[in-house]
Design a protein around this ligand. Structure first.
Ligand code: PFF
Length: 535
């Protein structure tokens, strides 16, 4: 973004390419290489992939167009944009930003795993059993296995109506050992994030050339090796061949829709903030398609590499692909080391791979810091530095509980609730607000006036009907299922279930409170409903 401005004085991207790279950099991140494969593995492989493609075209790309339209027309970050649409809706913009902020706190923890693995690549410390290495040495979970046993014992006692001894009850809240190297990785990640945007977002447009293009080249190498490992075919079959019966499960669809939101960074306030810096004439529709399809293709490639490696593991162990590893957020850190072990010059490729993950993650993370910091600048007139440092320090502190031994378990819970409930609610609200209050036809005309390539009326149907109805039904079905059986498939215990909801509620209440704080004069006076900026 350059400070060169239009009469409004708002900073702008230096070029269309800078915007596209920054937005694609935000979209492509750990979501593609870390989250997508394990969610896909957990929800049935091929069936999930199919649901993902449907979700991309019925919700993901339409929502990108929607968020670009909101940001561009109001020239505001999410809270300011919402306030412009209706003065009473600022809280909703803060809630969207808050959901993203919480996601960013644990996202940096995964970056710390990557930093640790980049270091371990020097010695290929994971050896021939990357799974044991991950759980024992990196996150320290096995040292708290006794606690999980205690928790399971407490559950069984409760189930038969027996009294549960106090020492068993206390266990589920245990944090496990502090993992100092994860803390070091977390601190490094945050320093790197802050430095990337230190001189304002002017640097972003330059940094992204490296952080988007280099990782792509490295990923291709991993795909080629992943799919040519012995036994890879079996893993690829699981990934690419849908078992149609799986599509009858609402959980698969909810996972697919929310993965699309996560992966495209919609519902976080990021794309609204980024597009608020676009110059007047910007081809919103073409940009949205480019970013959406580029992001999905990257996830698809990440999946090819991981499932190739899973096939290889199945081939070695003689187990079916669906049982070969424990799924979950640790999957990437178990399967990629396996591929690395099978590459020539494994040390070099190990370092390259984990640095690639870090570079992919960094632009997603700083896009979020920028979205929150820009919202603070819009509201309170803070300087870049003050906003960035405040946001980063709070996020660093909030990430600390997650670097203890059971941290990954809590991370998984926060991730599920923030994505399945938090992001879904935000996206649902955006669809209702623009679809019915603002009128999606009006927004469609607005973006079409700017774009060479127009969106048809199908877009209104996606925003007004398909996306909100899908979220309502899927989230509704999931909530009912969880209330009936809180332990459910995800193996959640009731305390964890309550904790997950509490965080979601806190984010929305936080949004209400922030909206009530006094902003700087200029920002308070913005209250005109509607689109300010002519096309
Ligand atoms: N689209 C990002 C990804 O797929 O990794 C999601 C994201 C997460 C963006 C966290 C920003 C962020 F702070």
């Amino acid at each position: 973004m350059s400070g060169a401005g239009e009469p409004t004085g708002r900073e702008h991207w230096a070029s269309r390419r800078a915007f596209i790279l920054a937005a694609i950099g935000s979209a492509i991140g750990l979501g593609n290489i870390w989250r997508f494969p394990y969610i896909c593995y957990e929800y049935g492989g091929g069936a999930f992939l199919l649901a993902f493609v449907v979700a991309l075209f019925t919700a993901g790309i339409p929502l990108l167009i929607l968020e670009f339209g909101i940001g561009h027309s109001t020239e505001g970050t999410a809270p300011k944009a919402m306030r412009k649409i209706h003065p009473k809706l600022e809280w909703f913009g803060w809630a969207a930003t808050g959901v993203g902020f919480v996601i960013c706190t644990y996202y940096a923890v995964i970056m710390s795993y990557c930093a640790n693995y980049a270091w371990h690549s020097l010695t290929l410390a994971w050896g021939s059993d990357p799974s044991a290495f991950f759980y024992n040495d990196v996150i320290g979970l096995t040292t708290v296995r006794a606690d999980s046993v205690a928790t399971a014992a407490a559950d069984s006692l409760r189930a038969i109506g027996a009294q549960v001894p106090a020492e068993l009850v206390a266990k589920p809240w245990s944090l496990g050992p502090f993992m100092p190297w994860l803390f070091v990785g977390l601190a490094i990640s945050w320093v790197w994030i802050v430095l990337s945007i230190w001189k304002g977002t002017k640097t972003v447009g330059k940094v992204v050339y490296v952080t988007v293009l280099v990782p792509w080249a490295i990923l291709i190498i991993f795909v080629v090796r992943g799919v040519t490992l012995p036994g890879a075919g079996e893993g690829l079959h699981f990934y690419l061949h849908p078992v149609f019966g799986e599509l009858l499960k609402p959980g698969v669809w909810l996972a697919a829709y929310t993965q699309v939101f996560f992966s495209l960074s919609v519902g976080f306030g990021i794309m609204i903030a980024y597009s608020s810096f676009l110059p007047r004439k910007s081809d919103i529709v073409k940009n949205a398609f480019l970013i959406g399809i580029g992001d999905a293709l990257t996830a698809f490639l990440g999946g090819l590499a991981v499932f190739g490696a899973l096939g290889y593991k199945a081939h070695l162990s003689g187990l079916p692909v669906e049982d070969v590893v424990q799924s979950g957020p640790g999957l990437t850190f178990i399967t990629y080391p396996d591929i690395i072990n099978n590459l020539p010059m494994p040390h070099l490729f190990g370092i390259l791979f984990f640095l690639m993950l870090l570079t992919l993650a960094i632009d997603s993370a700083f896009s979020l810091v920028e979205a929150v910091a820009a919202a603070a600048r819009d509201k309170w007139g803070w300087s870049h530095r003050r906003a960035n440092l405040t946001v980063a320090s709070i996020a660093l502190l909030l990430g600390v509980p997650l670097i203890f031994g059971v941290g990954l378990h809590w991370l998984d819970i926060v991730d599920r609730f923030m994505n399945q409930v938090g992001l879904s609610l935000v996206v649902f609200g955006e669809c209702l607000l623009i679809g019915y209050y603002f009128k999606s036809e009006r927004m469609r005309n607005y973006v079409n006036n700017l774009s060479d390539f127009s969106v048809g009326k199908w877009w209104n149907v996606c925003i007004m009907v398909i996306t909100p109805v899908a979220i309502l039904c899927l989230l509704g079905a999931e909530i009912v299922a969880r209330f009936k059986e809180p332990y459910g498939d995800a193996g959640l215990r009731s305390q964890e279930f309550v904790f997950g909801w509490l965080i979601v509620i806190l984010v929305f209440v936080g949004g209400l409170l922030l909206a009530r704080t006094r902003g700087r004069k200029e920002s308070q006076s913005v209250g005109s409903a509607g689109v300010d900026r002519g096309a």
